[in-house]
Design a binder for this molecule. Structure first.
Ligand code: FES
Ligand code: FE
Length: 438
């Protein structure tokens, strides 16, 4: 995998430990921290640990970029509603009486009270608990007692949020100027996700894990599999850790031959899948862009069907219109999510920062809407691998964050074989912060 040649001027690693420590401890500006980042290295500690950077990150990456917040199938029926909190912002994702998805700000237009509490609920109207202003599921204000005859309800609808459902994944952008380079993601994934019909899938299970670390460490951890063989015995049954890069010199001659064979197989499989009408080649937009994503149809190893303990399908009822279990794993990364779409089920993980050192990882396991637990799938088999993997990753992220808080922390070199995507992510992060004035 080629080493990223990120744009902008090249920064050399800080040459002495003391200089880095001073940056960690002294009240330097965010801009100075960005400037101090050396190419090919992890970020200066303050970019992971400081609360002022967390506030800036929320503003830049979670308000001014497109983020994945949920799924159409989180709210399958009219009146289903779920609340998603991002920083100080609270959103209501709901399905209205016409069956359309709406995303509304959870802020009453009277004096601002939250309408719904965190979690999922069923509503026929949105009634503010404070003075009972009542909104239709479209967001229109229908009842506002004691406001006088001349009060114009039409001017006090709940504020809508700019959103897109891309193949059943809900992306929102809280800015009035959402980046338009989401077009490539939209076009690519609408086609790739169509056979899985994620829009009409069922959320079979969901976990919320709070990682004791910065959201960028969560994303960095997800973008490499350097750590997989040492930490994810369950995932490694189906996931090939070499897929995201390796140093051929490190491998024994036998392992090197096996790796070469694996990449020959990729060429073969990708061609065969594409010939059958399933787009599979990698598409990525990771540098010089606002909307950061990568997708590729990956080979599942072993039995080749699904990310389960034995790599066979967990659900006998396949997703959507899928008729085959041998179509690998369509993976999709965004800057706040990772996803795996397989024949029998899909895994969707959404990352929401809670503070500089706490990050919510919300994971959903999706199956066909009519798949029945205990009949078509066993919940344990469906969820075991990624529950274990998510816990293992939470531990790794906490370790990373604790290290970044230590005065001895110094940004370290990314492997130019297996961590090139981290270098791209860190460079994209710096570029986007600068693009927004930091
Ligand atoms: Fe909502 Fe008064 S704040 S009705
Ligand atoms: Fe991991």
């Amino acid at each position: 995998m080629p080493l990223n040649a990120a744009g902008g001027k090249r920064r050399l690693p800080p040459s002495n430990h003391q200089g880095v420590n001073m940056l960690n401890r002294l009240p330097s500006s965010i801009s100075a921290l960005l400037e101090a980042r050396a190419d090919g290295h992890s970020l200066p500690a303050g970019l992971y640990t400081r609360e002022d950077v967390f506030e800036a990150d929320i503003d830049v990456f979670f308000h001014k970029h497109w983020i994945c917040v949920g799924l159409d199938c989180d709210v399958p029926e009219a009146g289903d509603a779920t609340v998603i909190d991002i920083g100080k912002t609270s959103l209501i994702l709901l399905r209205d009486d016409d069956g359309d998805i709406r995303v509304l700000h959870n802020v009453c237009r009277h004096r601002g009270s939250r309408l719904l509490d965190a979690g999922t609920t069923i509503v026929s109207k949105l009634v503010c608990p404070y003075h009972t202003w009542t909104y239709e599921l479209t967001g229109e204000l229908s009842h506002a007692p004691h406001m006088g005859k001349d009060f114009d309800k039409a001017c006090h609808s709940l504020k809508p949020v700019n959103f897109k459902s891309i193949g059943g994944l809900i992306y929102v952008c809280l800015s009035d100027n959402p980046p338009d380079d989401i077009a490539l993601l939209e076009q690519t994934m609408a086609e790739r996700l169509a056979p899985y019909d994620i829009r009409n899938a069922k959320v079979a299970y969901q976990t919320d894990v709070i990682e004791e670390g910065n959201w960028k460490l969560t994303i960095e951890n997800n973008r490499e599999c350097y750590h997989c063989s040492a930490n994810h015995p369950e995932l490694c049954v189906s996931f090939v850790d070499l897929d995201f890069g390796f140093d051929p010199e490190t491998l024994s001659p036998e392992d090197r031959e096996q790796a070469e064979e694996h990449f020959r197989l990729y060429d073969e499989k990708t061609k065969a899948w594409e010939a059958d009408g399933f787009p599979s080649a990698a598409v990525e937009q990771l540098s010089d862009c606002a909307t950061n994503f990568r997708t590729q149809r990956l080979i599942i190893s072993g039995a080749g069907e699904s990310q389960t303990h034995d790599a066979t399908a967990a659900s006998s009822r396949l997703l959507g219109h899928m008729t085959r279990k041998d179509l690998g794993d369509t993976h999709l990364w965004g800057h706040n999510s990772w996803n795996h779409f397989m024949g029998d089920h899909a895994l969707v993980s959404i990352v929401i920062p809670l503070s500089a050192g706490k990050t919510l990882v919300r994971t959903k396991w999706l199956v066909h809407k009519d798949a029945v637990e205990g009949v078509d799938y066993q919940l344990d088999k469906l969820t075991d691998v990624w529950i274990a993997t998510t816990d293992q990753d939470a531990d790794l992220v906490a370790r990373s964050h604790a290290g970044a808080l230590d005065p001895a922390y110094q940004p370290g070199p990314y492997s130019r074989f297996s961590e090139t995507n981290l270098d791209k992510f860190a460079s994209w992060y710096i570029d986007r912060m600068r693009a927004h004035g930091y």
